[in-house]
Design a protein around this ligand. Structure first.
Ligand code: NOJ
Length: 497
């Protein structure tokens, strides 16, 4: 206990200030998963096919053939998840709805009874344990039928999504008070369409990136307006969209000039339309893309512009900012002849910039370089750009390649990133209202399948029951939550569910 306190205090001291290690009253702690990553039961009852079902079942899916067909089997084992959540004493559990479990053919004209039943029991089960549901409406598992009609590149998706959102608000809005409309458009637009990440639908087309990005912004705006008009007065819930934000710093002093455009391209593109006073794309990105498109012979910007009406529709459609953050990168200009890299981890081809690990950052696992101060700076950047809005950290966490229950590196990651959250709140005055650990349990990590583990809780994937066992990091997080401080005892036990 004393040792842990000394270590944390030294870390805070060395970062420039001694800070009280307790979290402010009312600060919320949660953990998260998403439907495709945990539910399994991909074809039970009348559930329709999603792009992830199609993608993982095809030759072009994951190299090792992994799928979410069973995943952690949370469709059947959801009560085990509840027990884990209750054992951690979570204030809330963030999970997502599977569009095709609720609307099997993608459209709102037919609602599945089984889909309703499944999510009603999940929500009621959480509430019975005193855990608030935080619900993501879209976490990447688009109905295949809508993909066949162009998916996120077809502007009509903005209405299909708003109709879907309308259905789920009407079904669950009486009990769900915090909604995330869409999770990480940057990943399913830029990441997928450029193949930086091998993600469904497996369509690679650099023009798809910006069509998808604009439609995601408008879809979010329309869903928010539906809630505002039809449900807000009665249910009084809060809504946002969650953005994946990689913190960028300049590689050297000379690279400082590239920083603003890198940040606006990455954060501003999915924030400025919603959180700025003017709405629409960040001007520096709009100008850059217009000029670049014209120099490439296009008659219109590859970044489709917002009409005035669309700007008004999307602007202001938030009740808080939702940030997912894991890692940081150093930015520099690409030298002639160097490969372009892939956005957002190794480069931004449309900006001619490259992103790298700064030598003093710990390597971590694969893409997840460890730089805890990056989270504090990221939170400060958001406040400086968009004002003093409440910020909910909707994801933060660390992956490992090993299965170990004694995940000291993950405990360390959580401890150090949480310290930075405290510093952002106490030293910088950023209004951070809560923190979500990704992930509650090991799950299907998209293109990495089951090779990469993010869980506070280990899942035995060879066991048909998918037994869950809390890791050391889970016990650490439970202690943080119970005591509302980082001043902790490090003697944690294992629990089986
Ligand atoms: C962000 C995504 O929202 C989530 O689905 C994913 O598993 C984590 N990052 C970790 O990569």
């Amino acid at each position: 206990m004393l040792l842990a306190l000394v270590v944390v205090s030294i870390a805070l001291w060395s970062s420039g200030c001694a800070v009280d290690l307790s979290f402010p009253p009312g600060f919320l702690f949660g953990s998260a998963t998403s439907a495709y990553q945990v539910e399994g039961a991909w074809n039970v009852s009348d559930k329709g096919e999603s792009i992830w079902d199609r993608f993982t079942h095809s030759q072009s899916g994951n190299e090792d053939g992994s799928t979410g067909d069973v995943a952690t089997d949370s469709y059947h084992q959801w009560e085990r998840d509840m027990e884990v959540a209750a054992n951690l004493s979570l204030d809330y559990y963030r999970f997502s709805l599977s569009w095709t479990r609720i609307l099997p053919n993608g459209f709102a004209n037919y609602i599945s009874e089984d889909g309703k039943r499944y999510y009603n029991q999940l929500i009621d089960g959480l509430l019975a344990k005193g855990i608030q549901p935080v619900v993501t409406i879209y976490h990447w598992d688009l109905p295949q039928r809508l993909q066949d009609l162009g998916g996120w590149t077809n502007p009509y998706i903005t209405d299909w999504f708003a109709d879907y959102a309308d259905v789920v608000f009407s079904l669950f809005g009486d009990r769900v008070k915090t909604w995330i409309t869409i999770n990480e458009p940057m990943l399913f637009c830029d990441g997928a369409y450029t193949n930086t990440f091998h993600l469904a639908p497996g369509v690679v087309d650099r023009e798809g990136v910006y069509l998808c990005g604009k439609n995601a912004m408008v879809a979010h705006g329309k869903a928010y307006r539906v809630y505002q008009k039809k449900y807000k007065a009665q249910y009084n819930g809060k809504l946002s969209l969650s953005n994946q934000l990689v913190w960028y710093e300049a590689s050297t002093e000379e690279d400082e000039v590239w920083l603003d455009i890198a940040q606006q391209y990455s954060y501003g593109r999915f924030s400025h339309p919603i959180y700025s006073k003017e709405g629409g794309w960040p001007p520096v990105i709009e100008d850059h893309m217009r000029n670049k498109s014209s120099s490439e012979g296009f008659h219109q910007s590859r970044l489709p512009e917002f009409t005035d009406e669309e700007k008004e529709l999307v602007k202001g459609t938030f009740d808080f900012y939702a940030i997912n953050h894991y890692t940081s990168r150093a930015v520099r200009k690409r030298r002639p002849g160097e490969p372009h890299g892939g956005f957002p981890l190794t480069g931004a081809p449309d900006l001619d910039l490259l992103f790298e690990r700064r030598p003093d950052w710990t390597e971590g696992n694969e893409w997840l370089y460890i730089y805890p101060e990056g989270l504090r700076r990221m939170l400060g950047w958001l406040r400086d750009q968009y004002g003093d809005i409440p910020i909910l950290i909707t994801e933060n966490g660390f992956s490992t390649a090993e299965d170990s229950l004694e995940d000291h590196d993950r405990v360390q990651y959580y401890r150090r990133y949480l310290e930075q959250v405290l510093l952002a709140i106490k030293e910088d005055g950023v209004n951070v209202i809560g923190y979500t650990a990704w992930s509650l349990i090991d799950n299907f990590e998209w293109m990495d399948g089951y090779k990469t583990k993010f869980g506070l809780c280990h899942v035995n994937f060879s066991d048909p029951l998918r037994t869950r066992t809390l890791r050391r990091s889970g016990r650490f997080y439970a202690d943080v939550i119970k005591r509302r401080t980082l001043d902790l005892d490090s003697d944690y036990r294992n629990y089986e569910f």
